[in-house]
Ligand binder design. Structure first.
Ligand code: SAM
Length: 282
């Protein structure tokens, strides 16, 4: 099940993501493009859970005035370095005064790439986000479909977690985490209750390609696994229990399992997401 079923603690684990943002940007390139196409970025843009600033950079390049919020200081530091012309702020999107970050009437566009699934109270969070918007504003985000449909949560990770005495629990549907909005009916209800309307939830499928001119992608996939909270938790547990050589042997096992998954010499996997477009009600 989900790699992060141990529960991502982003304030703590943001550094792991930030250190590997080039790989995340590579594998999520089709996702980024789909968000940009659907969002029609213009005016004042707010990116929720902006991470290291991928969408902020693209929004700024398009001439938008870009603000990003993220709960992780490591992510925001990286975003501020990458997109100095944007305003990147450490803030909890569920509770922070987001309206105060917008000039004029509020934000015209809200966007997010996988940054809105971690709220303890999603209705409160999406209500708070809506209150930061200008009249006629829209929101476009990508979130994951069911973990069973998404190898990103299991490829290689399943080999890694075999080393744990106790396997991570599967998250309850709707609980905060990467697959919180796997059920589109639940997601639609959350958005409606938070005052969003005209909601579209479209299937978006893509292929995550870890390879590059110099690599078959195996090391990149391993880096992504180790950047997740599951990877980091297993590393801590295995190093404590089996020492350096035990950890090294385990990594070799993961590499072997990943090599076996290559097709045409490169490592890819499919991804199944929801592309969500909605409008702020009055
Ligand atoms: C899966 S990462 C995606 C990061 C970035 N959007 C990207 O695509 O590279 C999820 C992000 O959401 C942020 N996040 C989680 N809960 C948040 C909250 N309550 N408020 C703001 N950001 C949050 C995390 O710190 C993390 O950077």
């Amino acid at each position: 099940m989900a790699a992060d079923s141990l529960g991502p603690d982003w304030a703590r684990h943001g550094a792991g993501w930030a250190a590997n943002d080039a790989v995340f940007d590579r594998i999520f390139a089709p996702v980024t493009d789909a968000i940009l196409t659907a969002a029609d970025l213009t005016g004042a843009v707010l990116d929720i859970g902006c991470g290291t600033g991928t969408l902020l950079e693209r929004a700024s390049d398009l001439g938008a005035s870009a603000v990003g919020v993220d709960i992780s200081a490591d992510m925001i530091d990286a975003a501020a370095r990458r997109v100095p012309q944007a305003n990147a702020v450490v803030a909890d999107a569920q509770t922070a005064d987001l309206r105060a970050l917008a000039a004029g009437e509020g934000f015209d566009r809200i966007v997010s790439r996988f940054g809105v699934m971690f709220f303890p109270d999603p209705v409160a969070a999406f209500t708070n986000i809506r209150r930061s918007t200008a009249p006629g504003a829209s929101m476009t985000f990508m979130c994951w479909q069911d973990g069973h449909r998404n190898p990103i949560f299991t490829l290689g990770t399943s080999t890694l977690i075999k080393a744990l005495d106790q396997k991570p629990a599967r998250p309850e549907p709707g609980s905060p985490g990467p697959v919180a909005f796997a059920d589109p009916d639940y997601l639609r209800g959350v958005l409606t209750d938070a005052g969003w309307s005209n909601t579209r939830i479209d299937d978006f499928s893509f292929r995550a390609d870890y390879s590059s001119a110099d690599s078959d992608g195996v090391e990149e996939r391993l880096a992504v696994i180790l950047a997740t909270s599951t990877g980091q938790s297993v590393e801590e547990a295995v190093r404590a229990k089996l020492g350096e050589s035990g950890w090294s042997d385990l990594l070799d096992g993961v590499r072997e399992s990943l090599r076996a998954e290559r097709a045409d010499g490169i490592l890819t996997h499919e991804g199944h997401c929801w592309l969500v477009s909605t409008r702020a009600g009055t």
